[in-house]
Design a protein around this ligand. Sequence first.
Ligand code: B1M
Length: 215
Amino acid sequence: LPLDERLKRRIIDGEKNGLEADLDAALQDRPALDIVNATLLDGMKVVGELFGSGQMQLPFVLQSAEVMKTAVAYLEPHMEKTDDEGKGTIVLATVRGDVHDIGKNLVDIILSNNGYNVVNLGIKQPVSAILQAAEEHKADVIGMSGLLVKSTVIMKENLEELNQRKMAADYPVILGGAALTRAYVEQDLHEIYEGEVRYARDAFEGLRLMDALIG
Ligand code: B1M
């Protein structure tokens, strides 16, 4: 198989052996972020399709996720970083009940590499923990990630909690994750939230939003 296909296959098959050598070879002619976006994420997409259609069982999805995480960790030191720092602080979390964190961690990498201070709380975070961290770290923005359909409902509840605690004006919120749609965030949630709420389709849109919100 050509290198690109082979890397994609490694994600789909959850095969770590030889991964680093292939990543080294790919780094010879492409930037690290391009490898993640154009190749590895394609592999995860196939995994999602196979799982969704019942052709792949959960333990194999987990293996694919592990290979993805290993690959991203290996590529991270090769990613471009700006010299900026201290551009602002975001508290980032996967919402309550949701364990998916690959996308959230990519957002962390992209924002950190571009001068933002990221307080990454991890997965399954109740709103109380997110709000506490936001106050403690004097966050400029709150970022929530979630991939399950039920997480989109939890995000709505979290925004309502911010309203109730009169914190909405202080915290613009960026939401991301595969189950969200732009319309749901920018129309439905925009209507209920008393602060700013924006949708990020991917980590780069997350970065653009951060720059727009506090830059
Ligand atoms: Co899960 N899972 N999973 N899973 N899983 C999905 C999400 C699913 C769509 C698969 C499917 O059925 N086709 C489906 C959800 C269906 C639904 O809700 N309607 C699903 C399911 C059902 C489940 C379980 C319930 C399965 C079960 O137990 N029976 C279970 C849930 C457990 C729980 O959360 N309580 C489960 C478990 C798992 C694993 C643990 C095996 C593993 C996760 C490992 C991990 O993350 N550490 C896993 C995986 C890997 C997936 C798929 C295949 C891939 C997700 C992924 O990492 N994508 C996924 C299929 C899919 O998404 N279509 C699926 C790559 C990642 C980079 O993309 O996170 O979307 P993503 O991030 C993107 C953007 O969304 C955006 O930026 C990133 C790209 O730049 N983004 C942000 C994300 N967050 C952002 C935040 C921002 C800005 C941008 O600012 C704050």
